[in-house]
Write a protein that binds this ligand. Sequence first.
Ligand code: PMP
Length: 351
Amino acid sequence: MKSWEENVRKVIPYTPGEQPDFPDMIKLNTNENPYPPAPGTLEKIRNMNPEQLRLYPAPGADSLVNALAGYYHLKKEEVFVGVGSDDVLAMAFLTFFQSGKPILFPDITYSFYDVWADLFRIPYECQPLDEQFCIRKEDYLKENGGIIFPNPNAPTGVEMPLADIEEIISGNPDVVVIVDEAYIDFGGTSARELIHKYENLLVVQTFSKSRSMAGMRIGYAFGCPRIIKYLNDVKYSFNSYTMNRPSLEIGLAALEDEEYFQETRQKIMHTRERMKKELAELGFRFADSKTNFLFVTHPEYDAKELFEALKEKHIFVRYFKKPRIDQYLRITIGTDEEMDTLLSFLRSYKK
Ligand code: PMP
């Protein structure tokens, strides 16, 4: 190692899912939405005036903050917007997990949490999920420096009842509890309303999954005005102009088309329920999912082998080589047609 390298911040980075690019591929590995964004967003892109790009965007992302506040019946002071929920979550780690005490999150969860903790030198302790892949609320009622978990959890898909979430929030008045609701629009119950009851709650959501806009990078958070102010103070100390002009405009257009939003998320939930039946008939086992993916295992198949066999057919799913879950595959819910291709492969697999 060269001497200058001794003082470099060294981290083991997060590994995002593969982004393969084959014309015939079926991409079920990063929980993207198989349907296009709302038609109004395309129109917005076509009509965009490039002259606008000359100017910086509004640092507070006011237009989108106001629209989100209106949509969810909140005050604008209760809404924060960032570059995908990854950006919102990273800012939240930096802002709220400063005590030096370990923060708590599940052992099987979004694999970015330990990366941010390491990046920001935040100590953490993972709490094991139970055998059914459920979060045990008791594990989060001990001394800690903050709490974060997705609801529903990823990659398991399992939802925690709102009453249990409330117990965790009310049992931890001295720290901030972050509920990462990236997948909430696929049938879960949001903790959003609880921000009026608990100052220590931050609820994070995204346009990436249910609004088909992973490529646009729009995430947002709800909290009491105090918590949002702290988040904004850190954001403005890091990068004031996080949201670019096209994202702000296109995000607005997506929010305006409620009918399309309802239609596409219902379609995905419908396909998911059909897949639960079909996969169960093929002998797959999985916890009940309230997301746009299923986390499946099969008593007779090696998960890695199946993952590779699917990949050869250009069907991409996600495999995690990690303790407890290395015999599982996470399969994103695609269109019915994509699911049929997957099913016909699975029906003939190892016959
Ligand atoms: N939280 C969870 C649980 C996720 O699975 C993801 C998607 N990788 C994110 C947050 C981040 O999503 P985005 O940055 O696209 O909003």
